[in-house]
Design a binder for this molecule. Structure first.
Ligand code: HPA
Ligand code: ZN
Length: 335
């Protein structure tokens, strides 16, 4: 791996905490919770991680989440991710969780958020990693169910900074959630949405215009609409791109065909993120390394990717300034 990737301070903005559940921990939790898994070993489970598209991944991902039951499980899950962040020099992370994946099987919202939040507080104190938490609505479920979830989110607004939209994009366009996003925004929450991953470029424009999002998660299909790309550049609307995820879910066949670096060089505010690293083959450094292998990133390009993420984050301005200085320091001291 390019050693400059290792030392670059990074900010992660697109990470589903349930997608960090490594097979080994899944087995440990299943044993602890007396749950039977449909695989005989972590290795057998890992071998099943071959996906044709988003839906084939989501089926396994929701099944895996069944191992998470207690507040301690959610703590352990999040703590394991934070240790990986520390290894990869991630200085700030804004993580997603999917409340309905858990509440729909009888786990209390409080159990989930309290476990995740407690680990992030410990991570901030012990590892120096700042954080934000974003609750995602599952778009294959109804807006009514999203409204119920929003009620719980608002009871934990001291811990949750925003809401997002994930799960099956095709057939579940942004307009399905316009009212619940309006209410979230009116309540002071930030909004983001997955769009233009498997769905068309129109979903990106609609998420911006109808859901008033601050960032687009994925967004790689923007290139199908040159006017949209121009608008993304003008408005500096951030895209949280996930290169290894896109390869695993066959959004692109080869990393050399990925449009991330073209978009970066054109001035789109793209960032690199790991999405569901336990399923897609790597955390932040692995994602940067995969792009670097295909495109040979220069130090200014690497720095720009981190700066884009700092600008796109929901960190307060004084902290953003400190983080930008870290990138400048890296750039000044890296050959
Ligand atoms: N897309 C949509 N939903 C998801 C994803 C994703 O990449 N990861 C976890 N839920
Ligand atoms: Zn995602």
């Amino acid at each position: 791996m390019n050693p400059n990737i290792t030392t670059l301070p990074k900010v992660e903005l697109h990470l589903h905490i349930e997608g960090t559940l490594e097979p080994e921990l899944m087995f440990e939790l299943a044993t602890r919770n007396h749950i039977a898994l449909p695989y005989h070993s972590p290795e057998a489970l890992r071998k099943a991680y071959q996906f044709d598209d988003l839906q084939s991944f989501l089926d396994l991902y929701y099944q895996g989440a069944n191992a998470l039951i207690t507040e301690q499980d959610f703590y352990d899950l999040t703590w394991a991710y934070l240790l990986r962040c520390a290894e990869d020099n991630v200085i700030h992370t804004e993580i997603f969780f999917d409340p309905q994946t858990h509440t729909d099987r009888g786990i209390d919202f409080d159990t989930v958020i309290n476990g995740i939040h407690r680990a992030l507080i410990d991570g901030e104190r012990q590892l120096g990693i700042s954080f934000g938490i974003i609750a995602c609505f599952l778009r294959h479920l109804s807006q009514e169910s999203a409204f119920e979830t929003l009620t719980s989110v608002l009871q934990h607004q001291d811990k949750i900074i925003g809401v997002g939209l994930d799960s099956s994009e095709v057939g579940h366009p942004p307009q399905k959630f316009q009212q619940v996003f309006d209410q979230a925004k009116a309540s002071g929450l930030y909004t983001v949405a997955h769009a233009g991953e498997e769905g068309p470029a129109q979903n990106i424009s609609d998420s911006i215009e109808l859901l008033h999002v601050s960032r687009i998660d994925h967004g790689v299909r923007c290139t199908e609409d040159p006017e949209l790309v121009d608008m993304l550049i003008q408005t500096q609307m951030p895209l949280t791109v996930c290169p290894l995820s896109n390869l695993k879910l066959k959004v692109f066949d080869e990393m050399t065909q990925h449009n991330l670096v073209t978009l970066l060089d054109k001035g789109v505010a793209v960032t690199i993120n790991s999405d569901d690293p336990a399923y897609f083959g790597g955390y932040m450094n692995a994602n940067f390394a995969a792009v670097d292998e295909a495109f040979k990133l220069t130090n200014p390009q690497l720095a720009k990717l981190s700066l884009n993420a700092i600008n796109a984050s929901f960190i307060d301005e004084p902290t953003k300034r400190v983080y930008r200085q870290k990138i400048q320091h890296w750039l000044d001291n890296t050959k």
